[in-house]
Design a protein around this ligand. Structure first.
Ligand SMILES: [Ca+2]
Ligand SMILES: [Ca+2]
Length: 86
């Protein structure tokens, strides 16, 4: 079996759908606060630090929020940590 012993990465689309649940104020963008909460609920450690780092990496237009397009970047970045979204 090719994937034996290898954790199967969750699809980017799934990650995005899950992240959208954390857009608590419904502005269509993920703020650092919202991302922090998302990470926290996923059981990640250092979620505040990770949220800041992730936003700095994925926030292409530098407005401090992650919009629909930037979400792909965020997902690519966050998936390296082996995040499992429920
Ligand atoms: Ca939001
Ligand atoms: Ca942005």
């Amino acid at each position: 079996m090719p994937w034996k012993g290898v954790s199967v990465p969750i699809s980017e689309e799934q990650l995005k759908q899950n992240l959208k649940k954390y857009d608590k104020n419904g502005d269509g963008k993920i703020s650092k606060q919202e991302l922090k909460l998302a990470f926290k609920e996923m059981g990640l450690s250092f979620c505040r630090w990770r949220a800041g780092k992730t936003i700095r990496h994925a926030d292409i237009n530098k407005d401090g929020y992650i919009n629909e397009e930037e979400m792909s970047e965020l997902v690519k970045y966050a998936s390296k940590w082996g995040i499992n979204f429920y």
